[in-house]
Ligand binder design. Structure first.
Ligand code: ARG
Length: 455
Protein backbone atom coordinates (compact mmCIF):
# COMPACT_ATOMS: atom_id res chain seq x y z
CA UNK A 1 0.00 0.00 0.00
CA UNK A 2 1.39 3.38 -0.98
CA UNK A 3 2.18 5.74 1.87
CA UNK A 4 1.20 9.36 1.30
CA UNK A 5 2.44 10.85 4.56
CA UNK A 6 5.68 12.70 3.95
CA UNK A 7 7.04 12.50 7.48
CA UNK A 8 6.31 11.37 10.99
CA UNK A 9 3.30 13.42 12.00
CA UNK A 10 3.20 14.96 15.46
CA UNK A 11 1.36 17.90 16.94
CA UNK A 12 4.43 20.03 16.23
CA UNK A 13 4.28 19.22 12.54
CA UNK A 14 1.09 21.22 12.24
CA UNK A 15 3.65 23.90 11.44
CA UNK A 16 4.12 22.50 7.95
CA UNK A 17 0.46 21.85 7.18
CA UNK A 18 -1.01 23.87 4.32
CA UNK A 19 -4.12 21.91 3.43
CA UNK A 20 -6.30 24.35 5.39
CA UNK A 21 -5.72 26.93 2.68
CA UNK A 22 -4.08 25.30 -0.34
CA UNK A 23 -7.19 23.21 -0.95
CA UNK A 24 -8.45 26.27 -2.78
CA UNK A 25 -6.27 24.99 -5.63
CA UNK A 26 -8.14 21.69 -5.82
CA UNK A 27 -9.88 22.26 -9.18
CA UNK A 28 -6.68 23.33 -10.89
CA UNK A 29 -4.64 20.61 -9.24
CA UNK A 30 -7.08 17.92 -10.36
CA UNK A 31 -7.32 19.29 -13.88
CA UNK A 32 -3.53 19.34 -14.16
CA UNK A 33 -3.30 15.79 -12.78
CA UNK A 34 -5.84 14.58 -15.32
CA UNK A 35 -3.87 16.11 -18.19
CA UNK A 36 -0.67 14.63 -16.79
CA UNK A 37 -2.24 11.16 -16.49
CA UNK A 38 -3.62 11.30 -20.03
CA UNK A 39 -0.23 12.33 -21.32
CA UNK A 40 1.44 9.43 -19.45
CA UNK A 41 -1.05 7.08 -21.14
CA UNK A 42 -0.55 8.59 -24.60
CA UNK A 43 3.21 8.34 -24.28
CA UNK A 44 3.09 4.75 -23.05
CA UNK A 45 4.66 5.70 -19.72
CA UNK A 46 1.69 4.14 -17.95
CA UNK A 47 -0.89 1.85 -19.54
CA UNK A 48 -3.94 3.36 -21.21
CA UNK A 49 -6.10 1.46 -18.73
CA UNK A 50 -4.26 2.93 -15.75
CA UNK A 51 -4.48 6.45 -17.21
CA UNK A 52 -8.21 5.98 -17.68
CA UNK A 53 -8.66 4.69 -14.13
CA UNK A 54 -6.72 7.67 -12.75
CA UNK A 55 -8.78 10.21 -14.69
CA UNK A 56 -12.03 8.55 -13.63
CA UNK A 57 -10.89 8.40 -10.02
CA UNK A 58 -9.88 12.06 -10.05
CA UNK A 59 -13.35 12.91 -11.33
CA UNK A 60 -14.81 11.13 -8.30
CA UNK A 61 -12.43 12.97 -5.97
CA UNK A 62 -13.53 16.27 -7.47
CA UNK A 63 -17.16 15.33 -7.00
CA UNK A 64 -16.51 14.50 -3.35
CA UNK A 65 -14.74 17.79 -2.76
CA UNK A 66 -17.55 19.72 -4.42
CA UNK A 67 -20.18 17.81 -2.49
CA UNK A 68 -18.37 18.58 0.74
CA UNK A 69 -17.96 14.92 1.63
CA UNK A 70 -14.19 14.83 1.05
CA UNK A 71 -12.30 14.43 4.32
CA UNK A 72 -9.22 16.69 4.36
CA UNK A 73 -6.52 15.25 6.59
CA UNK A 74 -3.89 17.41 8.24
CA UNK A 75 -1.45 14.53 8.55
CA UNK A 76 -1.24 14.50 4.76
CA UNK A 77 -0.06 18.12 4.93
CA UNK A 78 -1.14 19.59 1.62
CA UNK A 79 -3.87 19.28 -0.94
CA UNK A 80 -1.70 17.30 -3.36
CA UNK A 81 -1.11 14.46 -0.91
CA UNK A 82 -4.73 14.54 0.23
CA UNK A 83 -6.02 14.13 -3.30
CA UNK A 84 -3.55 11.44 -4.26
CA UNK A 85 -4.16 9.46 -1.09
CA UNK A 86 -7.92 9.55 -1.63
CA UNK A 87 -7.42 8.55 -5.26
CA UNK A 88 -5.55 5.51 -4.02
CA UNK A 89 -8.37 4.60 -1.67
CA UNK A 90 -10.81 4.85 -4.56
CA UNK A 91 -8.96 3.11 -7.41
CA UNK A 92 -6.06 1.29 -5.78
CA UNK A 93 -2.80 0.47 -7.56
CA UNK A 94 -3.06 2.73 -10.67
CA UNK A 95 -3.15 5.77 -8.36
CA UNK A 96 0.40 5.01 -7.33
CA UNK A 97 1.48 5.60 -10.96
CA UNK A 98 0.08 9.15 -11.24
CA UNK A 99 3.16 10.75 -9.75
CA UNK A 100 5.45 9.22 -12.40
CA UNK A 101 7.48 11.92 -14.17
CA UNK A 102 6.24 14.58 -11.78
CA UNK A 103 7.17 16.18 -8.47
CA UNK A 104 5.08 18.21 -6.09
CA UNK A 105 7.41 21.05 -6.99
CA UNK A 106 6.31 21.31 -10.60
CA UNK A 107 2.81 20.20 -9.61
CA UNK A 108 2.20 23.05 -7.17
CA UNK A 109 3.74 25.60 -9.52
CA UNK A 110 1.37 24.40 -12.25
CA UNK A 111 -1.76 24.58 -10.12
CA UNK A 112 -0.81 28.00 -8.77
CA UNK A 113 -0.17 29.40 -12.22
CA UNK A 114 -3.57 28.13 -13.32
CA UNK A 115 -5.14 29.68 -10.26
CA UNK A 116 -3.48 33.05 -10.92
CA UNK A 117 -4.71 33.00 -14.51
CA UNK A 118 -8.30 32.39 -13.50
CA UNK A 119 -8.07 34.93 -10.67
CA UNK A 120 -6.95 37.49 -13.22
CA UNK A 121 -9.87 36.68 -15.51
CA UNK A 122 -12.18 37.24 -12.54
CA UNK A 123 -10.40 40.46 -11.56
CA UNK A 124 -10.71 41.73 -15.10
CA UNK A 125 -14.48 41.25 -14.99
CA UNK A 126 -14.66 43.17 -11.71
CA UNK A 127 -12.50 45.97 -13.06
CA UNK A 128 -14.56 46.32 -16.23
CA UNK A 129 -17.76 46.47 -14.23
CA UNK A 130 -16.29 49.17 -12.04
CA UNK A 131 -15.21 51.12 -15.11
CA UNK A 132 -18.68 50.71 -16.52
CA UNK A 133 -20.18 52.08 -13.30
CA UNK A 134 -17.83 55.08 -13.44
CA UNK A 135 -18.77 55.85 -17.04
CA UNK A 136 -22.48 55.50 -16.22
CA UNK A 137 -22.26 58.09 -13.42
CA UNK A 138 -20.22 60.37 -15.68
CA UNK A 139 -22.77 60.03 -18.50
CA UNK A 140 -25.68 60.72 -16.16
CA UNK A 141 -24.00 63.96 -15.02
CA UNK A 142 -22.15 64.96 -18.14
CA UNK A 143 -22.69 68.71 -17.60
CA UNK A 144 -22.08 68.82 -13.86
CA UNK A 145 -19.33 71.25 -12.98
CA UNK A 146 -17.22 71.08 -9.86
CA UNK A 147 -14.08 72.62 -8.45
CA UNK A 148 -10.96 70.73 -9.42
CA UNK A 149 -8.48 70.59 -6.55
CA UNK A 150 -4.77 70.75 -6.03
CA UNK A 151 -3.51 70.44 -2.43
CA UNK A 152 -7.22 69.90 -1.71
CA UNK A 153 -7.62 73.64 -2.34
CA UNK A 154 -10.03 74.77 -5.00
CA UNK A 155 -7.94 75.23 -8.14
CA UNK A 156 -9.86 75.41 -11.42
CA UNK A 157 -13.34 74.36 -12.55
CA UNK A 158 -13.60 70.90 -14.11
CA UNK A 159 -16.42 68.69 -15.28
CA UNK A 160 -17.39 66.05 -12.72
CA UNK A 161 -17.32 63.57 -15.62
CA UNK A 162 -13.72 64.54 -16.31
CA UNK A 163 -12.80 63.82 -12.71
CA UNK A 164 -14.47 60.39 -12.85
CA UNK A 165 -12.83 59.54 -16.17
CA UNK A 166 -9.44 60.06 -14.53
CA UNK A 167 -10.24 56.92 -12.53
CA UNK A 168 -11.40 55.16 -15.67
CA UNK A 169 -7.88 55.62 -17.04
CA UNK A 170 -6.25 54.34 -13.85
CA UNK A 171 -8.38 51.21 -13.85
CA UNK A 172 -7.69 50.73 -17.55
CA UNK A 173 -3.97 50.61 -16.87
CA UNK A 174 -4.66 48.23 -13.99
CA UNK A 175 -6.48 45.88 -16.36
CA UNK A 176 -3.53 46.07 -18.73
CA UNK A 177 -1.10 45.23 -15.94
CA UNK A 178 -3.20 42.22 -14.94
CA UNK A 179 -3.42 40.97 -18.50
CA UNK A 180 0.35 41.21 -18.92
CA UNK A 181 0.80 39.31 -15.66
CA UNK A 182 -1.60 36.63 -16.95
CA UNK A 183 0.42 36.28 -20.12
CA UNK A 184 3.64 35.65 -18.21
CA UNK A 185 1.87 33.27 -15.82
CA UNK A 186 0.70 31.21 -18.78
CA UNK A 187 3.83 29.03 -18.97
CA UNK A 188 3.65 25.35 -17.98
CA UNK A 189 6.08 24.18 -15.26
CA UNK A 190 5.11 20.46 -15.43
CA UNK A 191 8.01 18.47 -16.75
CA UNK A 192 10.48 20.30 -14.54
CA UNK A 193 10.12 17.50 -12.01
CA UNK A 194 11.75 18.24 -8.68
CA UNK A 195 14.21 20.64 -10.31
CA UNK A 196 16.22 19.02 -13.12
CA UNK A 197 13.61 17.68 -15.52
CA UNK A 198 12.34 14.07 -15.65
CA UNK A 199 13.81 10.90 -17.19
CA UNK A 200 10.68 9.94 -19.16
CA UNK A 201 9.58 10.67 -22.74
CA UNK A 202 6.88 13.16 -21.69
CA UNK A 203 5.00 15.51 -24.04
CA UNK A 204 5.00 18.89 -22.36
CA UNK A 205 3.50 20.74 -25.34
CA UNK A 206 0.50 18.45 -25.31
CA UNK A 207 -0.10 19.03 -21.60
CA UNK A 208 0.31 22.78 -22.10
CA UNK A 209 -2.32 22.69 -24.83
CA UNK A 210 -4.72 20.65 -22.69
CA UNK A 211 -4.42 23.09 -19.80
CA UNK A 212 -4.56 26.25 -21.92
CA UNK A 213 -1.00 27.37 -21.30
CA UNK A 214 0.65 29.47 -24.01
CA UNK A 215 3.93 27.58 -23.75
CA UNK A 216 6.23 25.49 -21.58
CA UNK A 217 8.96 26.70 -19.24
CA UNK A 218 12.43 26.90 -20.79
CA UNK A 219 14.35 26.06 -17.62
CA UNK A 220 13.32 23.44 -15.09
CA UNK A 221 15.00 25.16 -12.13
CA UNK A 222 13.35 28.49 -12.87
CA UNK A 223 10.03 26.69 -13.30
CA UNK A 224 9.97 25.33 -9.74
CA UNK A 225 11.90 28.08 -7.94
CA UNK A 226 10.37 31.36 -8.96
CA UNK A 227 7.08 32.91 -7.92
CA UNK A 228 7.47 36.15 -9.83
CA UNK A 229 4.11 35.56 -11.50
CA UNK A 230 2.48 35.82 -8.06
CA UNK A 231 4.55 38.89 -7.24
CA UNK A 232 3.33 40.48 -10.46
CA UNK A 233 -0.26 39.69 -9.63
CA UNK A 234 0.15 41.11 -6.12
CA UNK A 235 1.91 44.20 -7.48
CA UNK A 236 -0.88 44.83 -9.98
CA UNK A 237 -3.38 44.26 -7.17
CA UNK A 238 -1.54 46.65 -4.85
CA UNK A 239 -1.59 49.37 -7.50
CA UNK A 240 -5.26 48.72 -8.22
CA UNK A 241 -6.10 48.88 -4.50
CA UNK A 242 -4.16 52.14 -4.28
CA UNK A 243 -6.40 53.54 -7.03
CA UNK A 244 -9.49 52.21 -5.26
CA UNK A 245 -8.28 53.78 -2.06
CA UNK A 246 -7.94 57.20 -3.64
CA UNK A 247 -11.44 56.93 -5.08
CA UNK A 248 -12.62 55.78 -1.64
CA UNK A 249 -11.09 58.87 -0.10
CA UNK A 250 -12.92 61.08 -2.59
CA UNK A 251 -16.22 59.40 -1.77
CA UNK A 252 -15.57 59.92 1.94
CA UNK A 253 -14.84 63.60 1.35
CA UNK A 254 -17.62 64.19 -1.16
CA UNK A 255 -20.24 62.57 1.06
CA UNK A 256 -19.26 64.71 4.08
CA UNK A 257 -21.40 67.69 5.09
CA UNK A 258 -18.46 69.96 4.25
CA UNK A 259 -18.54 68.94 0.58
CA UNK A 260 -22.04 67.53 0.20
CA UNK A 261 -21.37 66.61 -3.44
CA UNK A 262 -22.71 63.06 -3.29
CA UNK A 263 -25.06 60.95 -1.27
CA UNK A 264 -24.28 57.21 -1.02
CA UNK A 265 -27.16 54.75 -1.13
CA UNK A 266 -28.34 53.49 2.25
CA UNK A 267 -26.84 50.00 1.71
CA UNK A 268 -23.39 51.62 1.46
CA UNK A 269 -23.44 53.60 4.67
CA UNK A 270 -23.91 52.57 8.27
CA UNK A 271 -25.40 54.29 11.27
CA UNK A 272 -23.66 55.03 14.53
CA UNK A 273 -24.54 53.21 17.71
CA UNK A 274 -24.56 56.52 19.57
CA UNK A 275 -25.06 59.37 17.09
CA UNK A 276 -28.47 59.02 15.43
CA UNK A 277 -27.68 61.43 12.59
CA UNK A 278 -24.71 59.50 11.23
CA UNK A 279 -24.43 58.01 7.73
CA UNK A 280 -20.90 56.70 7.78
CA UNK A 281 -19.22 55.72 4.49
CA UNK A 282 -17.82 52.49 5.98
CA UNK A 283 -17.51 50.63 2.68
CA UNK A 284 -15.33 53.35 1.22
CA UNK A 285 -13.35 53.54 4.44
CA UNK A 286 -12.80 49.78 4.50
CA UNK A 287 -11.70 49.80 0.88
CA UNK A 288 -9.15 52.42 1.88
CA UNK A 289 -8.13 50.38 4.92
CA UNK A 290 -7.92 47.01 3.19
CA UNK A 291 -5.35 48.44 0.80
CA UNK A 292 -2.83 47.90 3.59
CA UNK A 293 -3.20 44.13 3.71
CA UNK A 294 -2.70 43.86 -0.06
CA UNK A 295 0.50 45.90 0.15
CA UNK A 296 1.46 43.62 3.03
CA UNK A 297 1.04 40.46 0.96
CA UNK A 298 3.18 41.91 -1.81
CA UNK A 299 5.99 42.84 0.56
CA UNK A 300 5.67 39.50 2.40
CA UNK A 301 6.17 37.48 -0.77
CA UNK A 302 9.02 39.63 -2.04
CA UNK A 303 10.66 39.05 1.33
CA UNK A 304 10.05 35.28 1.22
CA UNK A 305 11.76 35.12 -2.17
CA UNK A 306 14.71 37.41 -1.73
CA UNK A 307 17.17 35.08 -0.02
CA UNK A 308 16.20 31.71 -1.46
CA UNK A 309 18.85 29.64 -3.20
CA UNK A 310 17.67 27.70 -6.26
CA UNK A 311 15.60 25.69 -6.66
CA UNK A 312 12.56 24.73 -4.56
CA UNK A 313 12.51 25.60 -0.86
CA UNK A 314 9.63 25.02 1.49
CA UNK A 315 9.50 28.77 2.13
CA UNK A 316 7.67 28.92 -1.18
CA UNK A 317 4.59 27.45 0.45
CA UNK A 318 4.19 30.88 2.07
CA UNK A 319 3.17 32.25 -1.34
CA UNK A 320 -0.43 31.16 -1.04
CA UNK A 321 -2.24 32.81 1.85
CA UNK A 322 -1.35 36.31 0.73
CA UNK A 323 -2.37 35.42 -2.81
CA UNK A 324 -5.77 34.07 -1.76
CA UNK A 325 -6.39 36.95 0.62
CA UNK A 326 -5.55 39.43 -2.11
CA UNK A 327 -7.88 37.78 -4.61
CA UNK A 328 -10.70 37.95 -2.05
CA UNK A 329 -9.93 41.48 -0.90
CA UNK A 330 -9.59 42.93 -4.36
CA UNK A 331 -12.66 41.14 -5.70
CA UNK A 332 -14.83 42.30 -2.81
CA UNK A 333 -13.47 45.84 -3.11
CA UNK A 334 -14.23 46.09 -6.82
CA UNK A 335 -17.74 44.80 -6.15
CA UNK A 336 -18.27 47.34 -3.37
CA UNK A 337 -17.27 50.21 -5.64
CA UNK A 338 -19.57 49.05 -8.39
CA UNK A 339 -22.37 49.01 -5.83
CA UNK A 340 -21.47 52.36 -4.28
CA UNK A 341 -21.22 54.08 -7.65
CA UNK A 342 -24.47 52.51 -8.75
CA UNK A 343 -26.19 53.93 -5.69
CA UNK A 344 -24.69 57.39 -5.76
CA UNK A 345 -26.84 60.52 -5.88
CA UNK A 346 -24.98 63.53 -7.17
CA UNK A 347 -25.85 66.99 -5.88
CA UNK A 348 -25.04 68.94 -9.04
CA UNK A 349 -26.25 72.19 -7.47
CA UNK A 350 -23.88 71.84 -4.51
CA UNK A 351 -20.99 71.13 -6.85
CA UNK A 352 -21.89 74.02 -9.13
CA UNK A 353 -22.15 76.37 -6.15
CA UNK A 354 -18.67 75.37 -5.03
CA UNK A 355 -17.43 75.86 -8.57
CA UNK A 356 -18.86 79.40 -8.62
CA UNK A 357 -16.16 80.50 -6.18
CA UNK A 358 -14.56 83.23 -8.31
CA UNK A 359 -11.11 82.37 -6.91
CA UNK A 360 -11.30 79.37 -9.26
CA UNK A 361 -11.19 81.84 -12.15
CA UNK A 362 -7.92 83.47 -11.12
CA UNK A 363 -5.97 81.53 -13.75
CA UNK A 364 -8.55 82.42 -16.38
CA UNK A 365 -8.34 86.10 -15.46
CA UNK A 366 -4.58 85.91 -15.93
CA UNK A 367 -5.12 84.13 -19.25
CA UNK A 368 -7.61 86.90 -20.14
CA UNK A 369 -4.86 89.49 -19.62
CA UNK A 370 -2.49 87.41 -21.72
CA UNK A 371 -5.14 87.64 -24.44
CA UNK A 372 -4.88 91.43 -24.13
CA UNK A 373 -1.12 91.31 -24.68
CA UNK A 374 0.12 91.17 -21.05
CA UNK A 375 3.01 88.74 -20.36
CA UNK A 376 1.82 85.72 -18.35
CA UNK A 377 4.10 86.36 -15.35
CA UNK A 378 2.88 89.98 -15.11
CA UNK A 379 -0.72 88.88 -15.53
CA UNK A 380 -0.21 86.29 -12.78
CA UNK A 381 1.16 88.96 -10.43
CA UNK A 382 -1.69 91.40 -11.19
CA UNK A 383 -4.42 88.83 -10.53
CA UNK A 384 -2.57 87.65 -7.42
CA UNK A 385 -2.58 91.18 -6.05
CA UNK A 386 -6.27 91.59 -6.88
CA UNK A 387 -7.10 88.29 -5.16
CA UNK A 388 -5.25 89.35 -2.04
CA UNK A 389 -6.96 92.74 -1.96
CA UNK A 390 -10.37 91.14 -2.42
CA UNK A 391 -9.71 88.55 0.30
CA UNK A 392 -8.56 91.28 2.70
CA UNK A 393 -11.96 92.91 2.22
CA UNK A 394 -13.76 89.62 2.58
CA UNK A 395 -15.13 89.60 -0.98
CA UNK A 396 -14.53 87.38 -3.97
CA UNK A 397 -12.42 88.21 -6.99
CA UNK A 398 -15.60 88.36 -9.03
CA UNK A 399 -17.02 91.10 -6.85
CA UNK A 400 -14.35 93.65 -7.73
CA UNK A 401 -15.53 96.45 -10.00
CA UNK A 402 -14.03 97.05 -13.43
CA UNK A 403 -12.43 100.25 -12.04
CA UNK A 404 -10.73 98.27 -9.28
CA UNK A 405 -9.47 95.74 -11.83
CA UNK A 406 -8.23 98.48 -14.13
CA UNK A 407 -6.40 100.16 -11.25
CA UNK A 408 -4.30 96.98 -11.08
CA UNK A 409 -4.00 96.45 -14.83
CA UNK A 410 -5.38 98.81 -17.48
CA UNK A 411 -5.65 95.84 -19.84
CA UNK A 412 -8.94 94.82 -18.12
CA UNK A 413 -12.02 95.72 -20.19
CA UNK A 414 -15.77 95.19 -19.87
CA UNK A 415 -15.57 91.77 -21.56
CA UNK A 416 -13.79 90.43 -18.44
CA UNK A 417 -17.37 89.69 -17.36
CA UNK A 418 -17.32 86.87 -19.93
CA UNK A 419 -14.78 85.01 -17.83
CA UNK A 420 -16.93 82.41 -16.07
CA UNK A 421 -16.62 78.86 -14.86
CA UNK A 422 -18.21 77.69 -18.12
CA UNK A 423 -15.85 79.79 -20.25
CA UNK A 424 -12.98 78.38 -18.20
CA UNK A 425 -14.06 74.83 -19.08
CA UNK A 426 -14.63 75.57 -22.74
CA UNK A 427 -11.21 77.18 -23.03
CA UNK A 428 -9.45 73.96 -22.02
CA UNK A 429 -10.00 72.51 -25.42
CA UNK A 430 -6.90 70.34 -25.67
CA UNK A 431 -6.55 66.59 -26.01
CA UNK A 432 -7.16 65.30 -22.51
CA UNK A 433 -8.61 68.63 -21.29
CA UNK A 434 -11.87 69.29 -19.49
CA UNK A 435 -13.62 71.22 -22.29
CA UNK A 436 -17.15 69.76 -22.57
CA UNK A 437 -16.61 68.71 -26.19
CA UNK A 438 -13.42 66.88 -25.20
CA UNK A 439 -15.10 65.19 -22.27
CA UNK A 440 -18.06 64.15 -24.45
CA UNK A 441 -15.56 62.58 -26.80
CA UNK A 442 -13.66 60.93 -23.94
CA UNK A 443 -16.94 59.42 -22.70
CA UNK A 444 -17.60 57.93 -26.12
CA UNK A 445 -14.07 56.58 -26.30
CA UNK A 446 -14.40 55.09 -22.84
CA UNK A 447 -17.55 53.24 -23.91
CA UNK A 448 -15.78 51.97 -27.02
CA UNK A 449 -12.79 50.77 -25.03
CA UNK A 450 -15.07 48.97 -22.61
CA UNK A 451 -16.85 47.24 -25.48
CA UNK A 452 -13.52 46.24 -27.01
CA UNK A 453 -12.50 44.79 -23.63
CA UNK A 454 -15.69 42.75 -23.64
CA UNK A 455 -17.09 44.64 -20.64
N1 ARG B 1 2.74 22.30 -0.26
C1 ARG B 1 3.95 22.52 -0.98
C2 ARG B 1 4.06 23.95 -1.43
O1 ARG B 1 3.08 24.61 -1.47
C3 ARG B 1 3.99 21.62 -2.19
C4 ARG B 1 5.36 21.33 -2.66
C5 ARG B 1 6.07 20.52 -1.65
N2 ARG B 1 7.34 20.10 -2.15
C6 ARG B 1 8.28 19.64 -1.31
N3 ARG B 1 9.39 19.29 -1.84
N4 ARG B 1 8.07 19.54 -0.02
O2 ARG B 1 5.12 24.45 -1.73
Amino acid sequence: MADYTTHHFTAASRYTVSVGYDRRLYAHDIEASMAHARMLGRQGIVSKADAKAIVGGLEDVRREIEAGSFVWRDELEDLHMNIEARLHELIGEPAARLHTARSRNDQVATATRMYVRSAIAETDRGLRQLQDALVSVAEAHRDAIMPGYTHLQRAQPVLFAHHLLAYFEMFDRDAERFSQAARRASVLPLGAGALAGVPYPIDREWVAGELGFDGVSANSMDAVADRDYIVEFLAAAAICMMHCSRLAEELVLWSSAEFGFVHLGSEWVTGSSIMPQKRNPDFAELARGKTGRVYGSLVALLTVLKGLPLAYNRDLQEDKEGLFDTVDTLGATLDAFRGMLGSIEVDEARMAAAAQDSALLATDMADYLVGKGVAFRDAHAAVGALHEAASARGVGLGELSLEELRAQSPAFEADVADVTARSSLAARDVEGGTAPSRVADALKQARKRLEAAGG
